[in-house]
Write a protein that binds this ligand. Structure first.
Ligand code: PBG
Length: 325
């Protein structure tokens, strides 16, 4: 035998030398759920270990993460039903607790990277990402609402706005509105290839944001399609996106790979709530070992081509690295 691949796997030192992909805490973004009020910390039953937090607890949580070297956060608001309306007007209202929270976070932790969510669903009485009329999700009429929301978020201090709505032309509309309002340094993390997935369940439980009628298939992508993701990526690049996202992650590693090969922008993947919940459930049953399965899962996304991973496991990974460097 002239070739013996096992020679390069013989010792830990050799394996370290030939390791192709690395995963570090600075590749990770931690999603956090915000509720209004104080002293609130409610566990999300379908996503154990994750909570809806009021701002006081949220600031403590961010402080704990920053100590672990985890510095990037994506923030989602759980909105009381009484603030929801057809036009999602609360999303850019000056009293909006989500915007006030972002200000407080950036004031207390100027070194963190804070990412927003731009979509109508948390604020919409219809529970859809766009404006609904006679059962139809209107595209062009939604764009000015998203642009207003994005400008309000930029003013609150978010480093990146994250349009997750999948309306056509929204990256351009948001970029132009940001520039017109003096926010040329606020970035756009575009949900480029967001699929109509069954894996968003725990997230919708957390925010009470499931659609009141119908589904999201007329705007989110068909899980069967890959070429379409490339077209979405080309449009987002032209329209001025700073980062491209694939969502979900684990069931869409091939899409991450395709986007990585065809774009020089950073590729982000969203390891979504249902994907994390599956692993948590298996580990709670002692069917899998969390401390081994969790990093292997995250590493697979890096190997596929993700530069940045948004995951509910971010803090546990940071903790693991701190205890076993
Ligand atoms: C909504 C939004 C969703 C997620 C992020 N932003 C849900 C949806 O599209 O219904 C899902 C994230 C997750 O499941 O962790 N604009």
């Amino acid at each position: 035998m002239l070739k013996r691949p096992r020679r390069n796997r013989r010792t830990a030192a050799i394996r370290g030398l030939v390791q192709e992909t690395h995963l570090a805490t600075n590749h990770l973004v931690y999603p956090l759920f915000l509720v209004s009020g104080t002293g609130i910390k409610t566990e999300i039953s379908s996503l154990p270990g994750n909570y809806r937090l009021s701002l006081d607890y949220l600031l403590e949580e961010i402080a704990a993460c920053m100590k672990l070297g985890l510095k990037s956060f994506i923030l989602f608001p759980a909105i009381d039903e009484k603030y929801k309306d057809k036009l999602a007007t609360y999303s850019y209202h000056s009293d909006n607790f989500y915007l006030l929270a972002a200000q407080a976070i950036k004031q207390q932790f100027p070194d963190c990277c804070l990412i927003s969510d731009v979509a109508m669903d948390p604020y919409s009485s219809d529970g859809h990402d766009g404006l609904v009329e006679n059962g139809e999700i209107l595209n062009d009429e939604t764009l000015p609402i998203l642009a207003k929301m994005a400008v309000a978020q930029a003013a609150a201090g978010f480093d990146y706005v994250g349009p997750s709505d999948m309306m056509d032309g929204r990256v351009r509309a948001i970029r132009m509105a940001l520039d017109d309002n003096g926010f040329k340094n606020t970035g756009i993390l575009s949900y480029t290839a967001k699929y109509a997935s069954a894996y968003y369940g725990p997230f919708r439980d957390a925010l009470d944001s499931a659609p009141k009628a119908g589904d999201k298939k007329s705007y989110q992508m068909n899980p069967a399609n890959s070429k379409e993701a490339l077209m979405e990526a080309m449009l987002d690049i032209e329209e001025g996106a700073d980062m491209l996202m694939v969502k979900p992650a684990l069931n869409y590693l091939d899409i991450i790979h395709v986007l990585k090969r065809h774009s020089s922008l950073p590729i982000v993947c969203y390891h979504v709530s249902g994907e994390c919940a599956m692993l948590i459930a298996a580990c709670q049953n002692n069917w899998l070992e969390y401390e081994k399965a969790m990093p292997e899962t995250l590493l697979s996304m890096r190997r596929a081509g993700a530069d940045i991973i948004i995951s509910y496991f971010a803090k546990d990974f940071a903790r693991l690295v701190n205890t076993h460097p």
